[in-house]
Design a protein around this ligand. Structure first.
Ligand SMILES: [Zn+2]
Ligand SMILES: [Zn+2]
Ligand SMILES: [Zn+2]
Length: 390
């Protein structure tokens, strides 16, 4: 399908991302109808310079860094996170089994011997910007950073991927420095400078209590020299972690099972025939209730589902509103990119906004989430108009 006229071609953004595109000066490539501007009430943010209609794509952006969440064990591409799960032993419906993506069969293994998988040579090249120096090499080595993230308390689960994203960004910055491409302060390094700076409140536990510990593990994993350790100072690492925490977006690439399920759904329009297919798939007979079936389907899908997180340079520049005019969606091409879609018509000069929290929450709940996770008191028109007591 052709991209809508307003969207920036994916390849152009990718080239920009690969070159470590920066938001300052001429190297800032942006979708043609969007500009970075100071707003009166919300600081710097994205503003549209031409009308965008509801349903139109504002941009598609590859991640500056992306990784699977710490608890995720599904086989996936280290670069784009797409599922590389082999089909279950006996997929019912042999004809439909052909719809199971065969990516696992052509996946390439990391040449460093760590066992990481890449869905394709381009993904291997893309990931090389960080994996090249993170790769622990052959043999099972204890991944202490991952172990730390896995052990975080449940309430920190949504942000548990942040240290892993910070590791990738630091690795990319360090790789550029080691190659002599850049000699700038750590936070000004290309992969990091493009991320929006947010000031998180001191109450963000992960940031205040663990930053130094995480920094040391990160530097150990990167086999940093004393000079490099000085470059990634405690303060600089904490600021990087803060940026990641404030900007990370959930990624949910489609699982191999999704593709199979879609083929299943598309295989017949007859509801009865379809439900018989589902019965056959689950082998639970027609007496199973709808809820039981959904649970069984989810259990079947679970091992192939990739739960991911990523940070995006342009996406990080969107300001918040509790009545946003844009929405970020996982990319339909199943890789570590996101689309930002306009959800209502916007006029030239209007600020483009997304919601940093679930807009369905009550005013009080939204404001608490925004204060705790993003450190601001929301003063959007909806927050000003609504009443906590309603
Ligand atoms: Zn890939
Ligand atoms: Zn490797
Ligand atoms: Zn608000």
């Amino acid at each position: 399908m052709a991209a809508p006229p307003h969207s920036l071609p994916h390849a152009a953004l990718e080239a920009w991302s690969l070159s470590g595109g920066s938001f300052s000066g001429a190297s800032f490539m942006q979708p043609p109808q969007v500009k970075l501007a100071q707003t009166l009430t919300m600081g710097a943010g994205l503003t549209c310079i031409a009308a965008i209609h509801a349903g139109e794509r504002v941009l598609t952006e590859p991640a500056a860094a992306a990784c699977a969440m710490p608890m995720c064990d599904a086989a996936r591409c280290m670069g784009c996170l797409r599922s590389l799960a082999p089909p279950p032993h006996e997929l019912p419906l042999p004809k439909l089994a052909q719809c199971w993506p065969r990516l696992h069969a052509c996946a390439v293994q990391c040449k460093g011997g760590c066992g990481a998988l890449f869905c394709s040579p381009p993904c291997e090249r893309l990931a090389a910007k960080h994996h090249g120096i993170i790769c622990p090499g052959p043999g099972k080595k204890e991944d202490r950073l991952l172990a730390f993230c896995r052990a975080l308390p449940l309430r920190l689960a949504p942000v548990a991927g942040a240290p892993l994203l910070a590791l990738r960004l630091a690795a990319h910055a360090l790789a550029l420095r080691r190659q002599g491409v850049e000699d700038v302060p750590f936070l000004s390094a290309a992969p990091i400078a493009g991320l929006c700076e947010h000031h998180l409140p001191a109450s963000t536990l992960l940031r205040t209590h663990h930053a130094e510990l995480l920094r040391r593990e990160t530097l150990a994993q990167l086999r940093a020299t004393p000079d490099e350790c000085e470059w990634v100072s405690t303060q600089a690492y904490a600021a990087l972690l803060g940026r990641v925490l404030a900007n990370q977006a959930q990624l949910r690439p489609r699982s191999a099972f999704d593709a199979y399920g879609a083929a299943l759904r598309a295989s017949t329009h007859d509801r009865d025939a379809r439900s018989k297919l589902v019965d056959a798939l689950l082998d639970c007979g027609p007496e199973g209730k709808d809820g039981d079936r959904r649970e069984a389907l989810e259990a079947l899908e679970e091992p192939t589902r990739v739960d991911g997180t990523g940070v995006f340079r342009l996406h990080s520049k969107f300001n918040h509103s509790c009545t946003p005019n844009c929405e970020a969606q996982s990319h339909p091409f199943e890789d570590a990119s996101i689309d930002v879609i306009c959800i209502r018509d916007v006029h030239p000069g209007e600020a483009l906004t997304i919601s940093y929290c679930d807009p369905k929450l009550s005013r009080m709940h939204r404001r608490r989430v925004l204060k705790e996770n993003h450190g601001f008191d929301c003063a959007c028109t909806r927050c000003l108009a609504e009443d906590d007591n309603l």
